[in-house]
Design a protein. Structure first.
Lengths: 109, 114
């Protein structure tokens, strides 16, 4: 079967750093994506990892270890506007994006 | 210009009714999708179309019928609406449907079945 595990909720303080983990089990793997969704909004693409290592985009970084079937999203210098749900998604094959259940990030002042 | 637009944004209707949701993308993408997001935020793929051809149909009740008149449009018709159909429905598109594609989402249609 295929599954993705990510924490349902993470709480952090404004200005801090937070890491959201994602472990996956799937047959067929091309890469791991991260999407952000604000309450009432649409999912929007954040980052993608096809190879092992760290990808950095401004305050956000994403990491992948294919051997460990594990990735994480790292958010630095947290701002209140980063309060949202974050989804990891496995690119399994053509037309097949397998989604995690999402992690709600709560940021406190 | 909105890249992926879907209408209506809100839909409130009675059980047993039939309703349609429209989706259009102006990105020139070949592939379009319909997702259902329930109250627990889980995103479930319903259908995937590539150049008007159905690619994925994920065990969705046959009350749901997608139609793609051209590759820029993917509409969703729902017959005999049930309470459990209440959810947010997202349309999305991606360039080719390939395994490395990024998906671009519409703003969602919030369906409430009373």
């Amino acid at each position: 079967g295929q599954s993705l595990e990510q924490p349902s909720e993470v709480t952090a303080v404004e200005g801090a750093i937070v890491q959201i983990n994602c472990t996956y089990q799937t047959s067929g793997f091309y890469g791991l994506s991260w999407y952000q969704q604000h309450d009432g909004g649409a999912p929007t693409f954040l980052s993608y990892n096809a190879l092992d290592g760290l990808e950095e985009t401004g305050r956000f970084s994403s990491f992948l270890s294919r051997s460990d079937s594990y990735g994480y999203l790292l958010l630095q210098e947290l701002q209140m506007k980063d309060s949202a749900s974050y989804f990891c998604a496995v690119h399994r094959s053509n037309y097949q994006l397998i989604w995690g259940a999402g992690t709600k990030l709560i940021i406190k002042p | 210009d909105t890249a992926v637009s879907q209408t209506p944004k809100y839909l409130v209707t009675q059980m047993g009714n039939d309703k349609s949701i429209k989706c259009e993308q102006n990105l020139g993408h070949d592939t379009m999708y319909w997702y259902k997001q329930d109250s627990k935020k889980f995103l479930k793929i319903m259908f995937s179309y590539n150049n008007k051809e159905l690619i994925i149909n994920e065990t969705v009740p046959n009350r749901f019928s997608p139609k793609s008149p051209d590759k820029a449009h993917l509409n969703l018709h729902i017959n005999s609406l049930e309470l459990g159909d209440s959810a947010v429905y997202f349309c999305a598109s991606s360039p080719t449907g390939g395994a490395l594609d990024i998906q671009y989402f519409g703003a969602g249609t919030r369906l409430s079945v009373l």
